[in-house]
Design a protein around this ligand. Structure first.
Ligand SMILES: [Zn+2]
Length: 91
């Protein structure tokens, strides 16, 4: 149930970052909470927002974004963010 409004892109990015960080390709990168939050923030700054205010609109937006082609370009920006954070992370 949506309380006020949500950015559907944010839900998708959080899920994709969790999946990417759990994968074998990114084991060498820091997995701490602050790096993870930084990766999510940078990714979201480089992606279009997709705010909705009703559950029905959320479902439509989620289905529209959750296609193989869309997940591919969203993942590209997430991977860029993972490398960017990995480069300047101090630990
Ligand atoms: Zn870290």
């Amino acid at each position: 149930m949506i309380k006020d409004y949500v950015n559907v892109m944010e839900e998708i990015v959080v899920t994709l970052v969790t999946i990417a960080m759990a994968g074998p390709e990114y084991q060498a990168f820091c997995h701490c909470e602050s790096c993870r939050n930084e990766i999510i923030a940078i990714s979201l700054n480089n992606l279009p927002t997709h705010y909705v205010a009703t559950d029905e609109a959320r479902k439509h937006a989620y289905d529209a974004l959750n296609t193989p082609e869309n997940l591919k370009w969203i993942n590209k920006r997430i991977i860029k963010a993972i490398y960017a954070v990995g480069k300047y992370s101090k630990h």
